[in-house]
Design a protein around this ligand. Sequence first.
Ligand SMILES: C[S@@+](CC[C@H](N)C(=O)[O-])C[C@H]1O[C@@H](n2cnc3c(N)ncnc32)[C@H](O)[C@@H]1O
Length: 218
Amino acid sequence: MRVDVFTQVPHAFAWLTEQKPLATVLGGELELRLLNYRDTTPLRGGQVDDDPYGGGSGMVLRVDVVDAALESAYGDARPGRIVALTPQGRQLDQQLVEELSAEREVALLSSRFEGFDDRIVSRLCTDAVSIGPYVLSGGELPAMVLLDAIARRLPGALAEGSGEHESFSAELDGGLEYPHFTRPAAYRGWEVPEILLSGDHGKIDRWRREQSRLRSVG
Ligand SMILES: C[S@@+](CC[C@H](N)C(=O)[O-])C[C@H]1O[C@@H](n2cnc3c(N)ncnc32)[C@H](O)[C@@H]1O
């Protein structure tokens, strides 16, 4: 699939692109483009935002600037999913991650300062997505959150089997994952559940499913 991130700060993504699993799928299952609104703005001096109508503080990302960025990237063939990252959007969950990772092309639009001219969200985007009910300073971290979550779902991103029993997976009926333990088996009197040391994989599997169910209640 291809993900295009529209941003004023493309260099912010350098760290993420070097990390697994994104680094594993980049150039293979995932093509990533980082597109700077400033490179295609029709305004002089690289301007991308403006004062809000009606007054008030902060700058607002302009609709003509974003439309020009989309036009330059796609012409008439815009992606099926154009996602505005905004605290006012649908809250991100695993179901939405699965949905987006099944697309062939996704565009992620980030903003800064006061946010988007509302016509960007209502006229140019198909989705508005929030990564949680709090306000960050820009859409770059939300775009990275979504990118990482999408990359994990692409073929070959994870070691075989490691993505199957994760929290929110169908394998665990959408619930939370069971607890994990590693060596030492006892530390300061805190013991690992004995069943995990038993070597009985049938019992361990049943115990894990029960633990997952208990953690997921409520
Ligand atoms: C300071 S915020 C703007 C907040 C906006 N004035 C409001 O009150 O809803 C600047 C940008 O950061 C991004 N952003 C901030 N918090 C976010 C969140 N929880 N989820 C997704 N994007 C977020 C969005 O791209 C947003 O336009």
